[in-house]
Design a protein around this ligand. Structure first.
Ligand SMILES: Cc1cc2nc3c(=O)[nH]c(=O)nc-3n(C[C@H](O)[C@H](O)[C@H](O)COP(=O)(O)O)c2cc1C
Length: 311
């Protein structure tokens, strides 16, 4: 089914990051919108800021056994385990579809080692139609996913090596499972990141009180959704004050005013994640609601809201 072309709002929602213009500051979040086919059924992708793919790795990964998701108050837990078919399959089967969409394409990459990230960046540099890479340095559901991503020295070294391997703009996605997210952001900036995205999910757990078993096969998983929005806002606030590069806010965004809060705190764009599972057109709705909010406030451009936090 092809979506109807919808009318762009009167307010100017466009933003610039790493020299690229995005139609709106509302992007999809990795792992929550597949590789776009599902979203394209429901959304006029020309009105989406960018489509961020689920994480792609060098080798195919089968992920964790089921059950891999469960509902929680105010959100969900997932331990998918970065299931994906690997970079060669992605380039052959998925990239052509993404490239045909009228939106920017951000490919989220993941590796076990720094060399894996470099290998991914080199491989993808040979392909057309990729606007940015997002380095997932923050997955809580894979062995050492957080350990590496919460070590500033490792983050700086990894980003530095990827920076040397590609000319693509780099967004570095950080974990909130650390006691000092600002120093991780500074490390990514020193390594040559063009932007920071935050946050990935928080480590959480759910127990079935009938069977006494954990609800996820992996025992713990990543918490996402409205429950994490205050944590995400606080992280974005800290990062914005720590670095000069743009920050992209992620965490529990499901409405235009949620997005507005992140922009006020200083994010230049936001990503919509868990909300996509409930409303597949969530990114467009969020963009429309943000435009309506700005119009009601008499603010003509989204960029005029960024960093307006009054302390
Ligand atoms: C089912 C699911 C799968 C996810 N997979 C990925 C992934 O592959 N790579 C990644 O960087 N983040 C992944 N995330 C994290 C999201 O991109 C996002 O950072 C997080 O869910 C917080 O945003 P939200 O509260 O809007 O969902 C996943 C989240 C969910 C819920």
């Amino acid at each position: 089914m092809k979506p109807k072309a919808t009318k762009a709002p009167a307010v100017d929602l466009s933003v610039e990051i790493a020299g690229l213009r995005f139609a709106t500051p509302i992007w999809t979040a990795s792992g929550t919108a597949g590789v776009g086919e599902e979203v394209a059924e429901w959304c006029d992708t020309a009105r989406l800021g960018a489509m961020v793919t689920k994480s792609v790795s060098l080798e195919p990964r089968s992920g964790h056994p089921y059950p891999r998701t469960c509902e929680t108050a105010g959100g969900m837990l997932n331990a998918i385990g970065l299931q994906n078919k690997g970079v060669e399959d992605f380039i052959r089967d998925e990239l052509p579809r993404l490239r045909a969409m009228a939106t920017r394409v951000v490919v989220n990459i993941v590796g076990h080692t720094q060399e894996d990230y470099v290998g991914m960046a080199r491989r993808l540099a040979r392909e057309r139609g990729i606007d940015m890479l997002e380095l997932n340095l923050s997955c809580p559901n894979v062995a050492r996913g957080i350990d590496n991503g919460s070590d500033p020295a490792w983050v700086e070294e990894c980003v530095g090596k990827v920076r040397a391997a590609t000319r693509a703009p780099l967004v570095v996605k950080l974990t909130p499972n650390t006691n000092d997210i600002a120093s991780l952001a500074r490390a990514a900036e020193r390594g040559g990141a063009d932007a920071i995205s935050a946050i990935n999910t928080l480590v959480g757990m759910s127990v079935n009180y009938h069977t006494f078993k954990p609800r996820l096969s992996n025992v713990t998983g990543g918490l996402s959704g409205p429950a994490i929005k205050p944590v995400a806002l606080a992280c974005v606030h800290k990062i914005v004050r720590a670095v000069k590069i743009p920050v992209i806010g992620i965490g529990g965004i499901a409405s235009g005013t949620d997005a507005a809060e992140f922009l006020i705190v200083g994010a230049r764009a936001v990503q919509v994640g868990t909300a996509n599972f409930r409303m597949p057109d969530a990114p467009i709705r969020v963009a429309d609601e943000l435009a309506a909010y700005l119009a009601a406030k008499g603010i003509g451009r989204a960029t005029d809201l960024i960093g307006r936090l009054s302390l």
